[in-house]
Design a protein around this ligand. Structure first.
Ligand SMILES: [Zn+2]
Length: 536
């Protein structure tokens, strides 16, 4: 009863905004990207949303059949697709971190060895410098030089890839209590960011307990039981008990664990409010872009799975935080001046134990079996063809093609050895050969997604894909990364105060988001953009 009363009040308040609005080109586009955002995290709790998700759904055009059309569904590639309108593979974003065959070492996708951290003593300096392309923010600035582009994320790759090549400001968490940037972007942080950092006081969260926002019976109705085998328990771990309340283990650093709890998303929205106020976003004729990446959600979903009471609660809390944020935007900018976009960087698999309980197939890939398969492959290749013919990173084989050519070894012979052993491991579906995918004319969705993930030089020659329902994470938690729909399917909502809520079922791709926003604000879409504007 109380819930529905408040919902009515909030709807009445929002209704008054929508009546006074007139359709016009927005002065501010706020793109909200939730990390590991399956669409059912909106639909399953729809009845319970009274805040920001409520407003976005009630004023949104919801494209219910939106997918990331690339195969390695990870955070870096996903945010790149959203921010740039391009498929990640050909642009060189082949993972969050990956072996770079030219540098002969593993690199982070937003690594910048020449950059320095700005804003704190700790953290990594990140940037877009590894990539030669541009994103939505750059296209907007080409049309409107006075437009401001600000990108905020918990994770570095989130903020970097949403912002494009030359945004005004990129801020991300340093896992030590502060939001930082690099001197690729700015020489020093604006005063308002320093003030915000001084106010976080991450250390003070050390004895905070994560408790449920609603009564226990509501959680049992909308989620599974609280104690569920497969969820991670990293709090007071003497006895396995993955249940509320959840604190931060006294042995852990609360400054790092801030990003593993729902409060982190409240902090990033406070940071966004500060950006809007101090940078005067949406307050002149040049349209501004604000990107907000909710990275803590990914950490939490990895730990508990999307059907847990914990994740239900994290979404109930985010709904409330977003409601407050939208009210703030209305006061400062006016909702009739703002377009909101809501989406996710990838979906995710439910806990495999839950998949099986629901009648599906799935599981966790056995690490020992995988290790054995790698050893057999190494032994046979060395015995038959010689040493140092490849570098293996995870299950990815980067062949030394030059050396093989000199020794007159056909790469297919190496492929065959990998193929002989790796698919024997339960959960490894098959081996993919880069050259086959690049040559393929097949138009099925898995081949297409694989193609959009491949860089002709950077991508390994051979890599495995998992069987649907399986993941490498072991023994607790869940993940993402596959080319299957459960990992590619994300929500996509374009919301404005004067929009009537509706759902559209035509297939859309996340590379369409950037050109759609460009079109809404009258910005030219470059030829190299893979997406097309969605008409609505
Ligand atoms: Zn992610």
């Amino acid at each position: 009863m109380i819930v529905s009363y408040f919902r009515l009040l909030i709807m009445a308040a929002f209704f008054s905004f929508s009546c006074s609005s007139k359709p016009q080109q927005p002065k501010l586009v706020i793109t909200l990207v939730v990390d590991q955002f399956r669409p059912d995290l909106l639909t399953r709790f729809d009845d319970l949303y009274t805040g920001g998700f409520r407003w976005l759904i009630d004023h949104g055009i919801w494209f219910t059949n939106t997918h990331h059309e690339h195969s390695y569904t990870a955070t870096g590639p996903g945010h790149f697709a959203i921010g740039s309108g391009q498929y990640p593979g050909p642009a060189g974003i082949i993972g969050n971190s990956f072996y770079d065959r030219d540098l002969k070492k593993k690199v982070n996708c937003v690594e910048d060895p020449t950059a320095k951290v700005v804003g704190a003593d700790k953290g990594e300096a990140r940037s877009y410098s590894r990539y030669n392309t541009t994103g939505l923010g750059d296209w907007v600035k080409a049309t409107y030089p006075k437009s401001k582009v600000i990108s905020l994320g918990g994770k570095d790759r989130t903020a970097v890839f949403l912002g494009g090549k030359n945004p005004d400001l990129v801020l991300y968490f340093n896992y030590a209590g502060s939001f930082i940037s690099s001197d690729y972007y700015v020489d020093s942080l604006p005063d308002w960011t320093d003030e915000f950092n001084a106010s976080i006081n991450a250390e003070s969260y050390k004895d905070s307990l994560w408790t449920k926002s609603l009564s226990d019976d509501v959680y049992l109705k909308y989620a599974r039981e609280d104690f569920y085998h497969g969820e991670l328990d990293d709090y007071l771990t003497e006895e396995y008990s993955p249940v509320f309340p959840i604190g931060i283990d006294p042995k852990e650093d609360p400054k790092e664990f801030l990003m593993a709890r729902p409060w982190f998303e409240r902090e990033i929205l406070k940071l966004a409010q500060s950006a809007i106020t101090n940078e005067k976003l949406g307050q002149d004729k040049s349209p501004d872009l604000l990107f907000i990446g909710f990275s803590a959600m990914d950490w939490m979903i990895h730990d508990f799975g999307p059907h847990s009471q914990e994740i239900m609660d994290a979404f109930i809390k985010l709904d409330k935080y977003l409601g407050n944020f939208i009210e703030f935007v209305d006061k400062v900018v006016g909702l009739d001046q703002v377009e909101f976009v809501l989406t996710g960087d990838h979906g995710g698999l439910p806990l495999p134990e839950y998949v099986v309980e629901q009648g599906g197939t799935g599981g966790r890939i056995n690490r020992e079996h995988l290790k054995e398969a790698f050893e057999w492959i190494d032994e046979e290749i060395e015995e038959r063809f010689g040493k140092d013919l490849y570098v293996r990173s995870g299950g990815n084989y980067f062949l030394n093609l030059e050396k093989m050519k000199k020794a007159n070894i056909n790469p297919k012979k190496i492929y065959n050895v990998v193929d002989k052993y790796l698919p024997k491991v339960e959960g490894i579906e098959r081996i993919i050969y880069k050259e086959d995918i690049l040559k393929s004319t097949a138009s099925d969705k898995i081949t297409t997604r694989l193609k959009h993930m491949i860089h002709s030089h950077k991508t390994p020659e051979i890599f495995p894909i998992v069987t649907p329902g399986y993941l490498y994470k072991n023994p607790y938690g869940t993940g993402h990364g596959s080319p299957y729909d459960y990992d590619t399917h994300v929500p996509l909502i374009f919301a404005r105060a004067h929009f009537q809520s509706k759902t559209m079922n035509e297939a859309q791709a996340t590379v369409d988001i950037a050109p759609t926003i460009a079109k809404i604000i009258g910005v030219k879409i470059p030829e190299f953009c893979d997406g097309k504007p969605i008409e609505f």
